[in-house]
Design a protein around this ligand. Structure first.
Ligand SMILES: Cc1cc2nc3c(=O)[nH]c(=O)nc-3n(C[C@H](O)[C@H](O)[C@H](O)COP(=O)(O)OP(=O)(O)OC[C@H]3O[C@@H](n4cnc5c(N)ncnc54)[C@H](O)[C@@H]3O)c2cc1C
Ligand SMILES: *[C@@H]1O[C@H](CO)[C@@H](O)[C@H](O)[C@H]1NC(C)=O
Ligand SMILES: *[C@@H]1O[C@H](CO)[C@@H](O)[C@H](O)[C@H]1NC(C)=O
Ligand SMILES: *[C@@H]1O[C@H](CO)[C@@H](O)[C@H](O)[C@H]1NC(C)=O
Ligand SMILES: *[C@@H]1O[C@H](CO)[C@@H](O)[C@H](O)[C@H]1NC(C)=O
Ligand SMILES: *[C@@H]1O[C@H](CO)[C@@H](O)[C@H](O)[C@H]1NC(C)=O
Ligand SMILES: *[C@@H]1O[C@H](CO)[C@@H](O)[C@H](O)[C@H]1NC(C)=O
Ligand SMILES: *[C@@H]1O[C@H](CO)[C@@H](O)[C@H](O)[C@H]1NC(C)=O
Ligand SMILES: *[C@@H]1O[C@H](CO)[C@@H](O)[C@H](O)[C@H]1NC(C)=O
Ligand SMILES: *[C@@H]1O[C@H](CO)[C@@H](O)[C@H](O)[C@H]1NC(C)=O
Ligand SMILES: *[C@@H]1O[C@H](CO)[C@@H](O)[C@H](O)[C@H]1NC(C)=O
Ligand SMILES: *[C@@H]1O[C@H](CO)[C@@H](O)[C@H](O)[C@H]1NC(C)=O
Ligand SMILES: *[C@@H]1O[C@H](CO)[C@@H](O)[C@H](O)[C@H]1NC(C)=O
Length: 600
């Protein structure tokens, strides 16, 4: 009997991949749900099922609607509006499907037809957990390509997929603060302190406002409209206050999740601990639909924001010496509690005959109120910069009463949305503190980044969002976050875009150069097998994404993925297990074992 069972078990394992068909069901196939079945789903979820067209369709000849088109045109770059739309994500290249010559760009759609591209065919605008359970069950039953769109910010195309059914979590906005959170199943009811429960659709601005009202704060990102509970925290989530309290995912205490079998489970340090581990850094759209996350809150504190700019003529080679000096100063500023951002524009035209190279930096120092103290931290840097030929150095300390004020009056000042709606492809790398502490390391970093070659107006963005508590948490928190984060001093990236009318060949040329030339340059500084890249802010074509995004954590993540989602209902581009599927997540490729091979 036991032997028989064992054989049955073994053969199930051996033929495991046959549980799921090789390809998802497509429209016009007999497996596709009937009108009645869609309609029944619609009724079940409170009539919140929509047949979706790309947002710019109302500007195309066939579907032209003057008033609506005017609206869409005005709102095109508004990230808050894009978040709410089933027919949009934030980066228009992920709305298109260039390989099939389908796009619906506002810039080019006027006198043409609007191609569906990667925009989902149906969207379930879910309101609660049971809605999500129904939709997950429906997708599973009908073998549909399922995609979760929260705000659509994903830079790697994870919130759209062609021929898919979308779960739109945008409408789930509940926020509840609790004084002393006890995770479900905690031994001896051990409490974790003040926390906040966030439903799936809460966005960062909403979160900051809600906790701010109670004079509390959270570790979250610098954006109006990125989601607090979706891809951001599940991918790790960096923050301008990272050195103070760690990554966003370091502060996650519990997740509520609808899994591939339609069940609702709680994942925390006491139950479903493997899922809890994976959801903190393993990436969005992969392990289930997170319906709620509980994160720590902290008392709000004063901040000193410190801004240093350095500018010189773009013909002055000493700009890169200044750039190295800045990088040399990052470890000590970071050790003193500073985190924040810097922007380098090596080639910024000011007029027809004048271009400058400029580096603008701003670090936040929470819990500091004494400007003299922070001035002293910057003294060595400033004196080095002042001795650099023809470099203009400007600096300013800005004491702020609270993190709330730092977020709203400094980081998110200006329009109440992030400006999106164009095409974007990132190239990025995490660089270690050890690298920046070595003269030779800084030289290699500067040489590599200089060699990228900077067209007028192009920028590289630096993120000093690790160190401090992020580094210290490496010993305290076991999560799926890329281990490279614990050694990181800076996360550096640049973005490429193309015109809406770019041909497929032009797009491919940009991506190919990024993949085969530029990313290898970024990696060469510390070596391809050292450090890595941030899963949420990297190339959508990241070669060897498994190693790059998760390093040694990948095999464990892949196993957890197989356990919770053996048939691959949840597949996200360049996500855990996505190597078993084609780029669109529509058909399985040869079912691999945990592959660490480069995949392009
Ligand atoms: C303007 C801007 C500012 C940013 N600032 C920061 C920053 O300060 N710090 C930082 O770390 N990152 C930042 N990012 C990157 C950001 O973390 C990623 O874009 C992230 O993917 C956004 O997650 P989302 O849920 O809002 O977006 P989406 O694109 O909707 O989702 C991203 C991924 O998560 C999945 N997902 C979404 N919701 C769920 C859910 N409930 N359950 C399971 N899977 C889900 C989706 O399927 C997709 O795979 C920024 C991005 C932009 C565009
Ligand atoms: C969830 O929302 C649906 C409508 O969208 C409603 O019919 C249902 O009663 C709600 N369920 C719960 C548990 O609130
Ligand atoms: C779902 O029901 C609503 C309300 O009746 C309707 O407006 C909508 O078109 C329906 N969705 C689909 C896909 O039929
Ligand atoms: C235009 O946008 C406004 C505000 O968002 C909305 O109230 C209105 O219904 C929209 N009009 C059309 C035709 O879509
Ligand atoms: C679309 O066609 C109209 C009428 O032929 C023309 O006036 C208009 O300039 C065209 N628009 C674009 C963007 O090509
Ligand atoms: C936080 O900042 C916002 C925007 O400036 C402001 O409206 C709000 O009152 C602030 N909250 C607190 C508690 O100061
Ligand atoms: C928040 O702090 C302000 C200023 O110190 C105080 O006036 C207010 O009462 C506090 N609010 C809460 C909810 O504690
Ligand atoms: C510095 O500026 C002066 C005056 O503009 C100029 O003559 C000199 O060549 C500059 N030096 C460098 C290294 O750019
Ligand atoms: C730059 O061009 C402007 C106008 O074209 C001219 O007035 C100015 O003298 C030029 N400056 C230099 C440094 O050549
Ligand atoms: C501020 O810091 C400086 C330098 O560390 C110190 O000398 C001074 O006493 C501090 N001021 C206050 C008010 O603490
Ligand atoms: C640094 O440059 C930015 C952008 O031009 C500017 O807003 C800021 O005021 C500058 N800082 C200082 C200290 O001059
Ligand atoms: C490819 O990238 C390198 C490094 O950034 C750059 O110098 C080169 O011009 C790029 N080639 C093309 C064809 O874009
Ligand atoms: C594509 O658009 C850009 C700017 O939007 C324009 O300069 C260029 O001429 C267009 N190219 C073609 C082939 O239409």
């Amino acid at each position: 009997m036991i032997k028989k069972l064992l054989i049955a078990l073994l053969s199930t394992v051996a033929t495991g991949s046959q549980w799921s068909p090789q390809c998802r069901c497509l429209p016009h196939e007999s497996c596709w749900p009937s009108q009645q079945e869609w309609s029944a789903l619609n009724n079940t979820i409170g009539h919140k099922l929509a047949a979706v067209r790309p947002v710019a369709s109302v500007c195309s000849t066939q579907e032209f609607d003057e008033a609506a088109c005017k609206n869409v045109t005005e709102l095109w770059t508004n990230s808050v509006w894009r978040s709410s739309q089933p027919g949009a994500v934030q980066w228009e290249n992920w709305e298109a499907w260039p390989e099939r010559h389908q796009s619906c760009y506002i810039e080019t759609v006027q006198n043409t037809t609007c191609g569906q591209g990667r925009i989902s065919l149906y969207s379930a605008e879910v309101q609660n957990v049971s809605d999500i359970q129904f939709v997950v069950g429906f997708a599973k039953k009908h073998n549909l390509r399922l995609v979760i769109k929260n705000t659509g910010h994903d830079f790697l195309g994870r919130s759209t997929a062609p021929e898919s059914l979308q779960i739109l979590t945008y409408g789930m906005k509940d926020i509840q603060l609790v004084d002393d959170f006890v995770p479900m199943g905690a031994s001896d009811n051990k409490a974790e302190g003040p926390a906040v429960h966030l439903a799936a659709g809460v966005q960062l601005e909403e979160l900051y406002l809600a906790v701010g009202r109670h004079n509390r704060t959270v570790i979250a990102g610098a954006s109006h409209s990125v989601g607090a509970a979706g891809g951001y925290i599940q991918g790790g989530g960096h923050s301008p206050f990272g050195a103070w309290k760690g990554l966003a995912s370091d502060n996650a205490l519990e997740f509520e999740v609808v899994t591939a079998n339609g069940m609702v489970v709680i994942a925390n340090s006491y139950q479903n601990t493997d899922l809890f581990w994976a959801l903190r850094g393993g990436g969005g759209g992969t392990f289930g639909v997170v319906t709620r996350v509980t994160i720590r809150t902290f008392p709000d504190v004063p901040v000193i924001a410190y801004n240093v700019n350095m500018t010189t003529s773009s013909t002055n080679p000493q700009f890169w010496d200044a750039w190295k000096e800045w990088h040399a100063s990052i470890p000590s500023l970071n050790d003193a509690g500073g985190s924040g951002y810097y922007y380098t524009l090596p080639n910024l035209p000011l007029s027809a005959n004048m271009s400058v190279s400029t580096l603008m930096t701003v670090l936040m120092f929470p819990e500091k109120t004494n400007v003299t103290e922070v001035d002293q931290l910057y003294l060595p840097l400033i004196s080095k910069l002042r001795s650099t030929t023809n470099l203009t150095v400007e600096k300013k300390a800005l004491p702020l009463p609270s993190i709330n004020s730092t977020v709203f009056d400094l980081l998110l000042a200006g329009p109440q949305y992030d400006s999106t709606g164009n095409t974007a492809m990132l190239a990025s790398r995490l660089y270690s503190k050890d690298l920046l502490k070595s003269r030779d390391g800084r030289a290699r970093l500067a040489k590599a980044w200089k060699s990228i070659g900077w067209a007028p107006g192009e920028a590289m963005v630096g993120h000093v969002v690790a160190g401090g508590a992020v580094a210290a948490n490496g010993d305290k928190i076991d999560s799926a976050v890329n281990p490279a984060w614990r050694k990181t001093a800076t996360h550096l990236l640049f973005s490429k875009s193309w015109d809406a009318n770019a041909t497929l060949a032009e797009q491919k040329a940009i991506i190919k150069n990024m993949t085969e030339v530029q990313i290898p340059i970024l990696r060469s500084v510390e070596g391809e097998n050292n450090m890595g890249a941030y899963v949420n802010e990297a190339s959508g074509y990241e070669p060897g994404f498994q190693r790059s995004f998760w390093g040694t954590n990948y095999p464990r993540l892949y196993k957890i993925k197989q356990k919770w989602d053996p048939t691959g209902l949840f597949i996200a581009r360049k996500g855990v297990g996505s190597e078993d599927w084609d780029d669109a997540g529509l058909c399985m490729t040869a079912k691999g074992t945990c592959s660490m091979e480069f995949d392009y």
